[in-house]
Design a binder for this molecule. Structure first.
Ligand code: FES
Length: 107
């Protein structure tokens, strides 16, 4: 199902700092939300290596999120760990329109 997380597009741009991961909890899902310029990304928050919260990580210039514990890097578009050292992260579809920013989560 689609869940609205910001009620206006301007709000999404204002509230999400460029390149600063933000933790989002919807139901049982913990999600890391990232804005890079005009693009938004959402991945599962728990690192697939040892479950560290990726919302505490950093985003590099290649649009990868870097885990703060052992520095594994995950492509924000695909969820793939760039050196294939651990499983891929789950990614979430996002939709930005005049009504706001939406995320697709399991029913
Ligand atoms: S817990 Fe994320 S790299 Fe080890």
């Amino acid at each position: 199902m689609w869940v609205k997380i910001f009620t206006q597009p301007e709000q999404a741009f204002a509230r999400l700092q460029e390149g600063k991961p933000q933790l989002l909890r919807i139901g049982n899902d913990s999600i890391t939300l990232v804005r890079k310029g005009k693009h938004f990304f959402a991945v599962n928050d728990a690192c697939t290596h040892n479950k560290e919260s990726l919302s505490k990580g950093i985003v590099n210039f290649k649009d990868e999120i870097v885990c703060p514990w052992h520095n594994y890097c995950f492509d924000l578009r695909t969820g793939r760990e760039v050196q294939e050292r651990s499983a891929d992260l789950r990614t979430y579809a996002l939709r930005l329109n005049e009504e706001g920013l939406w995320i697709e989560v399991p029913d």
